[in-house]
Design a protein around this ligand. Sequence first.
Ligand code: NI
Length: 393
Amino acid sequence: MQLQEKIKQLADKYFDEVVKLRRTIHANPELAFEEHETSKLVADTLEKQGISVKRGVAKTGIIGTLKGNSKGKTIALRSDMDALPILEATGLPFASKNQGRMHACGHDAHTAIGLGAAMILSELKDELHGEVRFLFQPSEEKNPGGAPFMIEDGALDGVDEIYGLHVIAQHDAGTIGFCEGEMMASADELYITIKGRSGHGARPHFTVDPIVTSAQVILALQTLISRNIDPFKQGVITIGSIHGGFAPNIIPEDVKLVGTLRSMTKEWREYAHIRVKEITEGICSAMGATCEVLIDKGYPVLRNEPSKTIFAEECARELFGSDNVFQAERLMGAEDFAYYLEKVPGTFYRLGIRNLKKGITADIHNDHFDIDESALKTGIAMQAYLAVKALQR
Ligand code: NI
């Protein structure tokens, strides 16, 4: 029997179990670095498949190791396990039992898919020319992310390639999407304090007004996008919060601005950091004010290695046919899978979960978010097939 057929049969065989696992995880969501029950369920399930397990990696993470019957490369498959602080409103029979916490980003599905792929692969040891490493990481949602700690704890030691997926609500269940090169943005937080000299609102000439200065800083920072980036490239700067002052007739002492900076290349990210400081300091100095600019670095740019992306896309076409493969959109959102891709070549792809007929259309991070569970079958078959094929190359 052809490998594709074998994997599809195994995906059918384990589908019900994977759905059950996904529902259990969905009903018991845990926040970043608190994934104790999820982690235990993952480790126990892997051990039941005869996969050797290392617990307590990066606090609540798990590494599973499956060795094939012949030697070769090591391929890592990654799943993230954390939920979000959202009050679930789906009304599903397996809705969250933890008030105010919800698997609204599909990480329940990602975890169940990782386990399903492990089930399939543990039956294919003869086909595995090398080793498959299953990474179940904590805290994808919360900066600084679980990925850097997984890497610190050896998750990538000896790994040749890595693959991961994320559900996407804008594409139908049964479809898979790929994007070569930069797919997701780096995300850095900006904390700017503009300091003036307070005084009476009717006697501005005795003061240094940090509010007027802030207004100019905010507008000038937007020129980062209109004047400091190649028009064919992308970046975003958003000031999402401004706080200062407390009365109509008082010029305050200082104003605090908080924002986010997104970029699609490492080079422009570094340049933008310099420009944010130059622009803010320059305007403040012209206005007689001073400032403090703090940039809290978040996830890096997520760059899919082109040859691994083309390979993965080929695998998807072989398994599901070209009609079910789409060109994945580039997004300004950030994802800590980027840290793995900085170290090891691989690709991060999209798994469609929408079903218009069933009314499953809510976006991720929405309190009505749900998935068409048939996508789980697509996901487990794809991850398993990718691992086998990558080891055979
Ligand atoms: Ni997510």
